[in-house]
Design a protein around this ligand. Structure first.
Ligand SMILES: Cc1cc2nc3c(=O)[nH]c(=O)nc-3n(C[C@H](O)[C@H](O)[C@H](O)COP(=O)(O)O)c2cc1C
Length: 220
């Protein structure tokens, strides 16, 4: 089985896509994963394929997209920001394993073209497809700024931290702090910033997937 950290290391935001339809097998695998996630989370994630409208307008600055014809809409009842991030990142890494590229998009899509189903709120959209490139690694804040832990830490914690540092965050803000508390208890908090709780969910999923769920407990 592929090491999830390898998958995380190879994932970068991609905003330019090839004009290539998603393979049938990949689409079915994505739909099955979405069904599982929706059942488990209470979110209502939807996959749109061959729908160019949401990314049509070319925005001149940050966050301009080209050729994006597929995307996930992460929506659900109100108050589920952290779950949107947590389960969305599970889907992003699942797509990466299938050879598909992604980019989380809070702002730079055509909002008028994406409407929620009844009673839901749209948390975010995730662009999806075969990238023109694989993107590039983001800049990372110094580990000392983000992590508080004793000198000697267990292997699972090192892996978790690497996963968290590789996690995408809105405008790469990395506004989170990780702490190893007594024994095997870990706390991650997010600081004020755009998409604060979506970022928190993304970072927590990334830490957990890399560290191994059974190796530690989250601080209540
Ligand atoms: C919650 C969230 C919102 C984002 N919104 C946008 C956006 O509106 N437009 C865009 O081009 N990128 C957006 N991004 C992508 C980030 O800029 C990108 O994840 C970050 O710079 C880190 O780079 P990486 O994903 O390549 O690791 C968003 C990312 C996250 C996690």
């Amino acid at each position: 089985m592929e090491d999830i950290l390898e998958v995380m290391r190879s994932r970068h935001s991609v905003r330019q896509y090839k004009n290539e339809a998603i393979g049938k097998e990949q689409e079915e695998a994505l739909l099955e994963e979405i069904r599982d996630i929706n059942r488990e989370s209470g979110l209502n994630i939807r996959l749109f394929v061959d729908e160019p409208e949401a990314f049509k307008a070319s925005k001149p600055h940050y966050g301009s997209f080209s050729g994006c014809r597929n995307y996930f809409v992460i929506e659900g009842p109100s108050g589920m920001e952290e779950q949107a991030g947590y389960f969305g990142e599970r889907l992003v890494l699942f797509a990466q394993k299938l050879g598909l590229n992604t980019c989380w998009v809070a702002l730079t899509y055509e909002r008028s073209k994406v409407t929620p189903e009844k009673g839901n709120v749209i948390y975010i959209v995730i662009a999806l497809g075969y990238g023109a490139t694989q993107g590039a690694a983001h800049r990372c804040k110094p580990v000392k700024k983000l992590v508080k832990a004793p000198e000697e830490v267990p292997e699972w914690f090192k892996r978790g931290v690497e996963g968290a540092l590789l996690a995408p965050t809105a405008i790469n803000q990395q506004q989170f702090r990780i702490e190893l508390l007594s024994g095997d208890t870990v706390s991650i908090v997010s600081l004020p910033g755009p998409c604060r709780y979506i970022d928190l969910g993304i970072v927590k999923y990334s830490f957990e997937a890399a560290a191994g769920k059974d190796n530690f407990k989250w601080k209540e």
